[in-house]
Design a protein around this ligand. Structure first.
Ligand code: UDP
Length: 321
């Protein structure tokens, strides 16, 4: 996002406690160290610059961890965000882009209005789908979404919530990519298993209500997510209110299909084993992103999971941090 903002002539500042972030990922002069749980550090950074908007990516986001330690999730994701919103209001910054998640939906429920006979489209999730998160991570994000609706009504606070499906891939340049310790996400775990830099892949559950029994997800490239955020800035310039958009490709891939695609991309077998289900996982999460396409003019560039894995592979083979 920072790379794209700089390319577009913006002047971003990154506020991070580096608990999971990497100093090497951003130019040193753009980094402000601080913690969302410490309001004074937020106020200081907001007062030092004159910001048009805040994009809020800083959250804990690992589903099983949220099940095991919900307090950390409510503290960082809810209280931390409310601190940020308070500090923004105090400093007169009124535009906010929020990283929300498909986890706010829970398991998909096909609704009566879904096209008859069109099984694939009836299982796509649009923004009107019921909100029934299965885990504390999803609940922490939904609580902030609800607060943003109230802030829009009461304070004229403008926001865009993006419900990301599965953020994946790396910058195609190979110079930026994801680096987590411990790593929990499917694509990096798959590639690390191939490289031998991580353990063999565990496939969490093969008894889900999906065609091959493994969970189905909608993988969306990080650069496509960044592009949507840029569009959100323009949208908030012209529109009041709190807006919600799904961001996904609209195509689901099972864990086994991702594994097979990774074997194609790398030309190597993925060492793997079957394992029990992971707590808090929905069977299938695939986006209907028609609203983002029509309202924001957003069009994902990476529509094939192989292309997404290919960018991640470029990063993981020669990981810089
Ligand atoms: N998964 C897996 N093995 C792993 C990591 C993930 O089988 O090492 C599965 C996980 O159960 C889920 C899917 O892959 O069904 C995507 O998980 P990930 O953690 O990447 O994203 P999430 O869907 O939790 O946001």
């Amino acid at each position: 996002m920072v790379k794209l903002l700089l390319e577009q002539g913006h002047s971003p500042i990154v506020f991070d406690n580096l608990s999971t972030g990497h100093e090497e990922a951003v130019p040193a002069e753009l980094l402000a160290l601080g913690d969302l749980r410490d309001k004074s550090s937020l106020r200081r950074v907001l007062a030092e610059h004159s910001f048009d908007a805040v994009m809020h990516f800083a959250a804990k986001s690992i589903v099983p961890e949220s099940v095991a330690d919900p307090a950390a999730y409510y503290e960082n994701n809810v209280i931390g965000t409310l601190n940020l919103l308070d500090a923004m209001r105090e400093e007169g910054v009124q535009r906010f882009v929020f990283s929300s998640t498909a986890a706010v939906y829970g398991n998909p429920v096909s609704h009566a209005g879904a096209a008859s006979g069109a099984q694939a489209s009836s299982s796509l999730i649009d923004e009107q789908h019921s909100l029934a998160p299965l885990n504390p991570y999803g609940r922490s994000k939904l609580q902030v979404e609800q607060a943003l609706q109230d802030y829009a009504a009461a304070y004229g606070f403008r926001s865009v919530c993006f419900r990301y499906f599965n953020a994946a891939g790396a910058d195609p340049s190979g110079e930026l990519g994801e680096s987590h310790d411990p790593e929990t996400h499917l694509i990096p775990n798959t590639l690390r298993a191939v490289l031998g830099t991580g353990p063999q892949l565990k496939v969490f559950g093969d008894d889900y209500a999906t065609p091959d029994g493994t969970c189905v997800r909608d993988y969306i490239h990080v650069n496509d997510l960044a592009d949507a955020h840029l569009r959100a800035l323009l949208h908030m310039r012209d529109n009041e209110g709190a807006h919600v958009f799904n961001l996904g490709n609209g195509v689901g891939f099972s864990v086994k299909e991702v594994l097979n695609a990774a074997e194609e991309v790398t030309g190597q077998p993925v060492p793997h084993e079957m394992a029990p289900r992971r707590a808090g996982d929905a069977d299938m999460l695939v986006a209907d992103s028609a609203k983002a396409r029509s309202v924001l003019g957003w069009q994902p560039g990476f529509t094939d999971v192989r292309e997404i894995i290919e960018t991640a592979w470029r990063w993981h083979k020669d990981q810089r941090f």
